[in-house]
Design a protein around this ligand. Structure first.
Ligand SMILES: NC(=O)CC[C@H](N)C(=O)O
Length: 227
């Protein structure tokens, strides 16, 4: 499974992501600078967390105009996998690959914590290693993680089962519907505020996030390698 991790000026989770895809999963991994326009033979594109372009104006809004985004949008439109974590999720909404937006946290403070997150569905490659309603403990670290969309958009997300992860217990940022992660209708584009890559190594405090990457790899092993 060829992985490409996009690096924007200000990304700070790109190496953590590569640590998972390359060192733990042992998959070919390429760091792709934001100025590149060709993703080559990539199966999974990851937009990692951080502060792209300093997050000036609004998180993700400048990254959305970077040269690489055209290739990311084409990749998504071809039905291939795109994962956006935290700043990556913010970029996906700004690029229109996922609906809604991420606003300032309810308390207007940056939150850095480990929070319980519930898995809402397991019929996607991303979540097939988990159980429905399984509670994961995942790290969060963001200032603009309050997911918002118009009520009719939220209703449509709920109706189509596009809410993949939901905060359990105290909502850390004021997200509508306790939403922590959503996918597009096809399920190939996933955006989430919690950081699965920071919960993928027992030596670093937990492995609840690793199943997400392992699920994708298992699906790839079954479906994508046949040709
Ligand atoms: N960890 C991150 O990706 C943070 C995203 C963004 N800079 C925010 O504070 O909301």
């Amino acid at each position: 499974m060829n992985c490409a991790i996009v690096v924007f000026p200000g990304s700070n989770c790109d190496r953590d992501m590569a640590g998972v895809t390359e060192k733990i999963l042992r998959q070919p991994t390429r760091l792709v600078w934001h100025g590149e326009t060709d993703l080559g033979d990539t199966d999974l594109v990851i937009l990692p967390g951080g502060f792209s372009y300093g997050d000036y104006l609004r998180c993700g809004v400048l990254a959305r105009f970077s040269p690489v985004l055209g290739a990311v949008v084409r990749h998504a439109q071809q039905g291939k996998w795109v994962l956006g974590v935290c700043n990556g999720f913010q970029i996906l909404t700004e690029a229109g690959l996922l609906p809604g937006t991420l606003m300032r946290n309810r308390d207007l403070r940056f939150v850095c914590d480990q929070v319980p997150v519930r898995v809402e569905r397991r019929d996607l490659p991303w979540t097939c290693q988990y159980n429905v309603n399984q509670e994961l403990t995942l790290p969060i670290a963001h200032g603009e993680g309050c997911y918002y969309a118009e009520p009719e958009v939220i209703a449509s997300l709920e109706q189509r089962g596009q809410v993949v992860f939901r905060y359990q217990g105290a909502n850390p940022n004021g997200s509508v519907g306790d939403i922590a992660g959503i996918c597009n209708p096809q399920g190939n584009v996933l955006g989430m505020m919690p950081h699965p890559e920071r919960a993928s190594d027992a030596d670093l405090g937990g492995t609840d996030g690793l199943g997400l990457f392992q699920g994708l790899l298992a699906w790839y092993g079954k479906h994508a390698c046949r040709n």
